[in-house]
Design a protein around this ligand. Structure first.
Ligand SMILES: [Zn+2]
Ligand SMILES: [Zn+2]
Length: 726
């Protein structure tokens, strides 16, 4: 027997299969989807079995043998093998890259195998007679006698906390032995599982989902309408049908609260997959799923590859979140994979959002997806009152950070013992530093980006490549102590709040305060338990969080996201502002929102104020149509990247000529232009945008282009299908 194997060895150039002979002793064990060791160019490397054949045609070269199976327990099933092929097709990545992407970090092909299994050790009696004899003989060894008596009484005890000298002596005397047992790091109790009853409106949406065949549904429900309860009931139905379920959530902050709700509803039937788990925890959760010990997976983007068998439904919460699109190779969108798996298993796929992406809403309008709506907040909670503040006028009153209204509202809510959330979508202290003497501006040496000052670490940091530099207070050019700090980040905002409102207990949530494991949970729980009055943070705090006592949401600068040079900036701003406003007044207290902006007449701001997604949608669709953007056109972004300035521009121009001579007349090729950040990590980046409606030859043209680039050393090509920013 023979195996077709793909290997990770220069994946770009060697994107093909290699044939190996299967030694007789492995014939019964080896399966498609397993990882194996094979010899390759005098090395022993790991590969993936993608096919097994009885015979092959006579080859005139020597066929080498598979060395061994890496781990018999780990097999990608037939469905996931197909998902991998699909992933490689739609993103044009190599097959091995696709399979690697689908596996959790702990299971990816690595040079060194690491054992993630957590074993707990116990002590038990090896020979009871000997033990009794020992107790009689050595009465003075009181500690050992105590241990022995406890083991005899309990059957076995944990090895933790018992001195190794005592253990060693008892083992050497053949009296006790050590037992090992596999343990999971995350364990959930199954007590008092609660599934809430649905409201009439929720029930009617729930009942429209048909489990007997594939269809994509768009659940469009306003903030606070209880989408999560609909998800939970749908998953319950899937379990009742004897099937399983995947539920995707966008951010880690959100994962925490939703995970808690899912544990309450389904107990140990849930596995959680997200990036802030340790490698060991991820490994454990993956093994639980693979062994069929759980039926529900809740997780962020890559959880869409969870190896659940017999899927019954796939749900994507906040489907418009940019976090579902991976921003490095392979650039896939979880929604596409969900729909592929939905069709493969012939099951429903449900996309939920308070602000659906334009693409999904347009599909629902054309009945490609079925639209389900939730218009009411649970418990008849009212939508918050939204105040728009023109910062142009506030600046004249010297109010640069807080408007009079926001200050007034903060005091009002504090006096009523209610809570406040403030959004500022920029982390750090100052967004740039410049010298007032010579005009020098601190920039990243690797990128075309100003460095952000982080006060707590006294570092200047590039938010693109991570470059760090200590700040010494003097201009590096003229050596004067004349540095000025501009721009407001969350760190500075926190300091300002402490100055202005000294009695308020404030907590900050952004990438910097949540770097350590468990910090997300801690901040959310502490705020929920009212240890703090005010939570401030970046967009991390905008979605999904549910705090009963929050009655005021303030947006410090609504223009940050509005001013992005990006076709989706209005959509993203509307979504962010609508979502964060939705954090206010979710129970009995009426919520208020203060949005500070320099563009009070912008239609995005107006639509947020009137809580009108529908108006926003109509307006934005006209804009997209006029400028030939999605959902009217498909987009592809090509980046030509290289270390040499002239070569990069030369190849970008060549690429454009190649495309133009190989595409449809209707297809539009724009560029090459410099990418939004032209120099990034010491490489130059030129961008070409393709807009098309239908072009049967385009995929082949791009494949040919990709193959040409494989043999070019000075530059490489990055292809992003359906990019979410250009
Ligand atoms: Zn200077
Ligand atoms: Zn940088």
């Amino acid at each position: 027997m023979f195996a077709s194997i793909i290997i990770e060895y220069n994946a770009q150039k060697l994107d093909k299969t290699f044939t190996y002979k299967i030694p007789t002793e492995l014939e019964q064990k080896i399966k498609i989807g397993m990882k194996v060791y094979v010899p390759f160019r005098n090395q022993k490397i790991i590969g993936f079995v993608i096919d097994i054949m009885k015979n092959i045609e006579n080859q005139d070269y020597e066929i080498k043998e598979v060395i061994k199976i890496e781990d018999e327990k780990l097999v990608l099933n037939t469905e996931l093998m197909e998902v991998g092929k699909y992933l490689s097709e739609i993103t044009m990545c190599s097959l091995i890259t696709a399979y690697q992407t689908m596996l959790p970090n702990s299971l990816k092909i690595k040079k060194q195998k690491h054992n993630y299994e957590l074993l707990e050790e116990y002590l038990s009696i090896k020979d009871l007679n000997k033990a009794k004899e020992y107790i009689k003989l050595y009465k003075k060894r009181t500690k050992q006698i105590e241990i022995l008596n406890e083991i005899i009484k309990k059957g076995r005890i944990s090895k933790k906390g018992i001195s190794s000298t005592n253990i060693k002596q008892l083992i050497e005397n053949n009296i006790i032995k050590i037992e090992q047992e596999k343990k999971y790091r995350i364990n959930v109790e199954n007590n008092n599982l609660v599934i809430k009853k649905l409201t009439d409106e929720q029930k009617s949406a729930y009942e429209k989902v048909n489990f007997s065949n594939y269809k994509t549904y768009l659940l469009y429900g306003i903030t606070g309408s209880g989408k999560t309860e609909v998800y939970i009931n749908l998953i319950k139905r899937s379990l009742e049908l004897g099937k399983t379920a995947i539920m995707l959530v966008p951010e880690i902050g959100l994962t925490t609260q939703i995970a808690k709700r899912f544990y309450e509803a389904f107990g140990s039937n849930v596995a959680i997959l997200h990036s802030s788990l340790s490698s060991g925890e991820r490994y454990d959760e993956y093994i639980k799923i693979m062994n069929g010990e759980v039926k529900i997976v809740v997780g962020t983007r890559s959880a869409i590859f969870a190896p659940l068998k017999n899927l019954g439904i796939i749900i994507i919460d906040e489907e418009d979140s940019p976090s579902y699109k991976q921003d490095n190779n392979p650039r896939y969108h979880a929604r596409d994979i969900a729909i592929f798996r939905g069709k493969y298993n012939n099951i429903p796929v449900l996309l939920g959002s308070a602000t659906p992406s334009l693409e999904s809403k347009a599909r629902a309008d054309k009945s490609v997806y079925q639209l389900l709506k939730l218009d009411k907040r649970v418990g008849n909670a009212k939508l918050p009152i939204i105040h728009i503040v023109d910062m142009e006028k506030e600046i004249k009153k010297k109010n640069t950070i807080f408007s009079d209204l926001l200050k007034e509202k903060i005091w009002e809510k504090i006096n009523k013992k209610e809570q406040i959330i403030l959004l500022l979508n920029r982390r750090g202290f100052s967004t740039f530093i410049t010298c007032s003497n010579c005009g020098y501006v601190y920039k990243c040496p690797n990128c075309d980006i100003t460095l952000t000052y982080h006060k707590s670490s006294n570092n200047l940091i590039c938010h693109y490549c991570g470059y760090q530099k200590r700040k010494d207070g003097k201009c590096p050019i003229c050596h004067e102590e004349s540095l000025n700090y501009y721009g407001l980040g969350t760190e500075k905002l926190e300091e300002k709040i402490r100055e202005l409102f000294p009695s308020i207990r404030v907590i900050r949530m952004d990438q910097d305060t949540t770097r350590n494991k468990g910090m997300h949970e801690k901040i959310i729980n502490d705020f929920k338990n009212e240890k703090y009055d005010l939570l401030l943070g970046t967009q991390m705090i905008s979605k999904g969080l549910d705090f009963e006592k929050v009655s005021l949401v303030g947006v410090l600068n609504a223009d940050t996201s509005l001013n992005m040079p990006d076709f989706k900036s209005s959509e993203n701003s509307f979504s962010l502002l609508n979502q964060v406003a939705g954090r206010a007044g979710r129970s009995k207290i009426l919520g208020e929102v203060v949005i500070q902006t320099y563009n009070p007449d912008n239609y995005v701001i107006k639509c947020v104020q009137n809580n009108s997604y529908d108006n926003f949608y109509l307006h934005e669709m006209q804009f997209r149509k006029r400028l030939k953007y999605p959902p009217y056109y498909y987009l592809i972004s090509l980046k030509i990247i290289g270390k040499d300035y002239d070569k990069t521009i030369e190849y970008a121009k060549k690429t454009k000529r190649f495309l133009e001579s190989n595409i449809n007349k209707e297809t539009i090729v724009l560029g090459p232009t410099t990418a939004a950040v032209f120099r990034y990590n010491n490489e130059f980046r030129m961008q070409i945008i393709i807009k098309y409606k239908k072009d049967n030859e385009l995929m082949n043209t791009l494949k040919n282009l990709k193959n040409i680039f494989i043999n070019i050393n000075e530059c490489y090509l990055e292809i992003d299908f359906n990019p979410i920013k250009v």
